[in-house]
Write a protein that binds this ligand. Structure first.
Ligand SMILES: Nc1ncnc2c1ncn2[C@@H]1O[C@H](COP(=O)(O)OP(=O)(O)OP(=O)(O)O)[C@@H](O)[C@H]1O
Length: 312
């Protein structure tokens, strides 16, 4: 388990962060840490009514944080560059409604040296940012558990935002009512997930979702069970869709994604390759649309190079 000590220096940076957030009227203070720490001591050090969000890479490192009155966030982004971790933390915080989509947040983090807070940023989230909230998903009233839907939508949003190897990538996930969905599906090529143990097909596992991102470059849809397992990948759906109302400009992937939800009780989550937009369909209708997130947070003013290491 990784740790980050709450040294005198780190504690002073936390207090500075609190002071900055209170002075500027920010929604919350976000601490981006490199591991677990003494969560109770963090709360005492901050000594403030502010919402205190603590973000680390692994769920295990967050033990005791909620009990200490902090808002824990697991990023599952080990080894990702700092900016990506920061951005992800903000998006997750907005998704959990800890900060408003157009809110302000002060972040304290280690920009230069692991384990040592050295940077404080005051960030304003763009009002165009519209992150899926759990309430949005609850409105869908689907037989698919919320936890699964959230995992699939998170993955879809990441695919739409990140693409693969510098290129935009599209994808489709058909979630729930697997048996009936498979009646309308055919392999479009060798399925890399076929034959894998169930444990290695669970989309809640970050390693599995990384594999899914790779496979999304190939043709076809993922068929996902209601409990979040990839049952098949690379599936071409064969469904008639004459009576569907669709926006102009959407092609075969979106048509098929919508049509399968008319024939079955599944929810489909479709990422457009051309725009990165994620659409959710249910009963043949578009029920939710999520724009790519990276347009939402402004990072342009935030580019910097760390100082050179060495003694010169
Ligand atoms: N019936 C289908 N079942 C599963 N996947 C499909 C189906 N039809 C198309 N696709 C996938 O969608 C890809 C893109 O198709 P197309 O460009 O027509 O879709 P689109 O809806 O315009 O989506 P995008 O915005 O991503 O381009 C195909 O290469 C294929 O991988």
């Amino acid at each position: 388990m990784a740790t980050q000590r709450l040294t005198k220096h780190n504690a002073a940076m936390v207090r500075l962060g609190v002071h900055t957030a209170e002075t500027l009227g920010a929604d919350a203070l976000l601490l981006l840490l490199d591991g677990a720490t003494d969560w109770k001591k963090v709360r005492e050090t901050a000594n403030s009514k502010l919402t205190l969000i603590v973000a680390v890479d692994s769920e295990d490192d967050l033990e005791g944080a909620a009990e200490a009155g902090l808002k824990p966030l697991a990023l599952n982004k080990e080894k990702a560059p700092l900016l990506e971790r920061l951005q992800h933390a903000l998006l997750e915080a907005a998704a959990d409604e800890l900060i408003r989509p157009n809110g302000e947040v002060v972040t304290v983090y280690s920009g230069f040296q692991q384990g040592r807070f050295d940077s404080i940023s005051h960030m304003q989230l763009d009002e165009r940012m519209r992150r899926l909230s759990v309430r949005d998903l609850q409105r869908l009233d689907s037989s698919v558990p919320l936890k699964t839907l959230k995992a699939v939508v998170d993955l879809a949003v990441q695919i739409g935002r990140e693409g693969r190897e510098g290129k935009p990538v599209g994808a489709m996930f058909v979630v729930g009512d697997t048996r009936r969905v498979l009646e309308h599906a055919k392999d479009s090529g060798a399925d890399p997930f076929r034959g894998y143990n169930k444990k290695h097909r669970n989309l809640m596992d970050p390693r599995v979702s990384e594999d899914a991102k790779e496979i999304s470059q190939l043709d076809g849809a993922f068929v996902v069970s209601a409990d979040g397992h990839i049952e098949r990948s690379r599936q071409m759906l064969e469904v008639a869709h004459e009576d569907l109302q669709m926006s102009k400009g959407l092609g075969a992937r979106h048509w098929a994604g919508a049509a399968i939800t008319r024939k079955t009780k599944a929810v489909s989550v479709v990422v457009s390759q051309s725009t990165g937009t994620v659409r959710l369909y249910q009963n043949g209708d578009l029920v939710m649309r999520i724009e790519p997130m990276d347009k939402a947070v402004k990072w342009q003013e935030f580019n910097y190079d760390p100082p050179p290491t060495g003694s010169e």
